[in-house]
Design a protein around this ligand. Sequence first.
Ligand code: NAP
Length: 310
Amino acid sequence: MADIPTHDVAVIGAGPAGLTAALYAARAELKTILLERLAAGGQLATTDMIENYPGFPMGINGLDASFAMLEQAQRFGAEFKLAEVQKLDLSGEIKRVETSEGIITAPCVILATGARPRLLGVPGEERLKGRGVSYCAVCDGAFYRGKEVAVVGGGDSAVEEAVYLTRFATKVYLLVRRDQLRATPVVQAKILNHPQVEIRWNTVVEEILGESKVEGLSLLNRVTGEKSYLPVSGVFVYVGLLPNNEVFAEQVELDQNGYVVADEEMRTSVPGVLVAGDIRAKSLRQVATAVGDGAIAGVTAQHYLDSLKR
Ligand code: NAP
């Protein structure tokens, strides 16, 4: 007789997508475990204010939202475990999840591992990480009270976080590699003409300079070819995201950028394996869409488990 699985559903990753998937699965009375290596909330937990999540007209703090989502999932019986997933075997009817805290088995796995910041990839970045090079303004911004900092990138994250940093820094340089921002117009409006922000267009960072902490940046203007030195105490890198797919990359179909391909019901190429949130191949990565994916995945898990009983 086959071993009885430890759970009905294992959700990997406790960002908004995983938290919502766990909420829906647990509320459907499935024995649900939610695995997270760091802390509940994922990228949401390190975001100061979410302004476009419906129901919160004045915005909601990312950490508060994360705790509230976890509390809600747990209220319906989801088991939350801080554990790193080290190995996954998605091939059989019962999937096997090897974690730092033991082995979990379940017929249904929901991949909600999200994405992480892309590195800039210039000299000095690795060496000065945590010593002036940061990927999280909410975590590190307060260290730069009264100082000057740079933000690299032109997307929604770079612009939002540059504006956030003006609370602390006297001046924020936004370094944009093209002559326009990628950020959506409503986000752009926050920064264009901001008195504490100077945008340097067509500008890339060639090197991050400093002995034991960041002291400045070596810059290149891609149009004029002019090189310059920008003295700043900190540099915040927001140049896009990379999918957290390492633990299952060989086992489910990915798109060319490494995101998991799924249908509208969040079903991946492997039966019993669902996906939700930023790790899914899709066009809009927001808390609202992560939560939508999570809800669908939770319900699809229920349908899948029902189908196994027939
Ligand atoms: P993103 O939209 O992919 O933007 C990345 C930015 O970094 C682009 O401006 C890109 O320039 C630039 N870049 C990439 N590589 C670079 C390099 N090596 N040097 C300099 N610049 C470089 O990433 P994101 O801003 O992190 O946003 C990720 C997703 O989250 C997006 O879908 C975004 O809409 C969403 N998001 C939404 C909100 C919101 O709704 N308020 C807030 C945060 C994030 P190019 O434009 O030239 O490619």
